[in-house]
Design a protein around this ligand. Sequence first.
Ligand code: NAP
Length: 245
Amino acid sequence: MTTKKEKKTALVTGASKGIGAAIAIDLARAGFDIWLNYRSDHAAAQAVAKTIKELGVSCTLLQFDVVNEDAVNKVLGEALEEKTPFVLVNNAGITRDNMLFWMESREWRDVLGVHLDGFFHVTRLAIGKMIRERKGRIINIVSTSGETGMPGQTNYAAAKAGLIGATKSLAREVAGRNILVNAVSPGFIETEMTKELPLDKILPTIPLGRIGTVQDVASVVTFLCSEEAGYITGQVLGVNGGVYM
Ligand code: NAP
């Protein structure tokens, strides 16, 4: 007699496009039902949801700004009353690049807000339920910038470095409850976020000689959500073509 495996759910923030959309689709391909968060691009989120449903799993759209604590508590809180996701991918992100000398307070605060407050609001809510279930995987999408620093990105690098610290602390807090917490750190990946960058100038600095794809990142996230990755926690996995070793 075969026993039917329980379907697991994955919540991916910032999944209406780019890396988040690729992660949501790849996790759907691996059999996860998807809770797809996005902030503003309804049409793009619906298109991703359509692709996911065509893969034979369910997709629930959860629209909220991760910075807005009340919105997170309301929309995600309601969803969590019904179900506990096995996976949480904190992917929502923005850049507001500027040299520190010219940087406006708003550019500083907005970037720290999305990456750090956003992580805090979403994760704090979900983790209570994961702890009760005694299982879960949390993956924070950070950046090479937070590991090496990058001119023009003091705000973004500070946010991502902060998220690496949070990843390691949380990994230690919840390891005893069988919840694994890791960070995936992409280098230069072709998305809307990087479309303004001079990629032709960046290319020679990448040992593997190409810009990364969203699938390069998604494959690693899906691996970290698999049974095979059950002994990995508190790590930062670089997906950067060798740009930082
Ligand atoms: P992207 O193409 O600009 O997509 C960003 C996504 O995040 C969109 O779905 C957007 O939703 C969502 N988002 C932004 N602010 C949000 C908020 N406050 N609340 C909820 N959702 C929000 O970016 P990406 O290149 O895929 O980047 C994804 C993640 O990877 C980010 O954390 C980024 O820092 C990181 N990363 C990217 C690269 C790269 O080279 N691209 C490298 C290293 C790390 P709406 O469009 O619906 O508003």
